[in-house]
Design a protein around this ligand. Structure first.
Ligand code: 1CP
Length: 341
């Protein structure tokens, strides 16, 4: 059952009159000593496969900061193995795809799969988290088709992702087929996450902000609507996060979702004024946390005071929290938000 009375879910629908909800993008992870402790005894994949360990690391930031939402511990790339692209998570240098896609023929090796069976680790993780944290809204997630394709085609992280962009323009039809397939599987995967107990879902368009405007419409807006369309009747809020959102704000308005995650580059109040019937989530610059706790407090207050319609605000960082982030600054931000209203 969705936790409709929580400030987080109410804020997703623009109806929160209580304290401003806060959670932290990538809140379970390497800035927390208790996460590093768990991680020292298991590989990243082992961690993602164990409902007990998933629950443990999901609870860590909730127990420490009393955050308003939990997020599944998994990765946007964990569904690539059953899809037919082997992914590894080495300790240094980020995720790697063994055999990246470079021609339309390579797409043929990707295939549909039994989500309930092949991704049971994530779905069982959700069930275990809901048992341990029945009162905390739980966010399920997936990557946007373009962001997933970036890794599938480039084979690893990159700043410019030239290979996927060139692929899209060299093999237009194959690229459209790939996005269609990813959107279809992602919609079904998120549906299964909701069946398992997720109270909300977020789509991470972490790299979609490198697209030209017309490609953004074609390869972000259309696939996102295909995914969210599959979830329309589920009665759970749908969050779309786009990193580097500003140039496409009007196009994002056309995405069928309740909440837009805003990156740290733009003024979130300005974003909210354009996104008429949507709530917003964000957007403190994660590097602010490397200053003093007092600095983090001031920046947080500044953002809250500048925001017009607090009923539709979910406070968060404007991108993922970074390794080595000072915990005292995180604490200062969380307390400032929790005590603001
Ligand atoms: O060594 C470790 O412990 C692994 C580091 C790590 C972690 C903790 C990776 C590898 N993934 C994750 C977990 C993760 N990833 C979560 C759940 C944890 C939480 O949020 O509490 C989530 C939501 C993600 C989502 C994710 N993975 C995104 C979208 C968000 C974003 O940061 O933009 C992306 C782009 C990834 C890819 C990925 N997986 C891992 C890394 C280091 C990366 C980034 C690689 C790159 O920069 O290209």
């Amino acid at each position: 059952m969705a936790l409709n009375d929580s400030n987080f879910i109410k804020a997703c629908y623009g109806k929160n009159d209580g304290a401003i909800p806060i959670w932290i993008m990538r809140q379970a992870g390497r800035y927390l000593p208790e996460y590093l402790e768990v991680r020292s005894k298991a590989t990243f994949k082992e961690l993602c496969q164990s409902p007990e360990l998933i629950t443990k690391v999901v609870k860590q930031p909730i127990d420490r900061f009393n955050l308003d939402a939990a997020i599944l511990f998994s990765d946007i790339l964990t569904f690539l193995d059953p899809l037919g692209a082997s992914v590894s998570f080495p300790d240094q240098g980020g995720p790697k795809i063994a055999d990246p896609i470079s021609t339309p023929d390579d797409i043929k090796k990707l295939h549909d799969f039994d989500i309930k069976k092949e991704l049971s680790f994530a779905l069982n993780g959700i069930k275990a988290i809901k048992e341990a944290l029945p009162k905390t809204p739980l966010i399920g997630f997936a990557g946007s088709p373009f962001t997933i394709s970036c890794y599938l085609i480039e084979g690893q992280g990159s700043k410019a992702f030239d290979k996927p962009k060139r692929f899209m323009h060299t093999y237009r039809e194959a690229a459209t087929d790939l996005f269609d397939m990813l959107a279809d599987i992602t919609g079904r995967y998120l549906n299964e996450q909701i069946n398992a107990g997720a109270d909300c879902v977020q789509l991470f368009g972490s790299w979609d902000g490198i697209l030209s405007r017309d490609d953004f419409y074609e390869f972000t807006v259309k696939p996102a609507n295909k995914i969210f369309g599959q979830l329309k009747d589920r009665n759970v809020p749908r969050i779309m996060f786009v990193n580097n959102l500003a140039p496409y704000l009007d196009l994002v308005n056309e995405i069928d979702c309740e909440v837009v995650g805003v990156d740290y580059r733009m003024d979130i109040n300005q974003a909210a004024s354009v996104l008429k019937n949507k709530s917003v989530q964000g957007n403190l610059d994660p590097s602010v946390l490397f200053g003093t706790p007092e600095h983090a407090r001031e920046k947080t207050l500044q953002q809250l005071q500048n925001f017009d319609n607090l009923d539709r605000l979910i406070f968060n960082l404007g991108h993922g929290i970074q390794p080595k982030t000072p915990i005292e600054s995180v604490q200062a931000v969380v307390e400032t938000v929790q005590n603001f209203r």
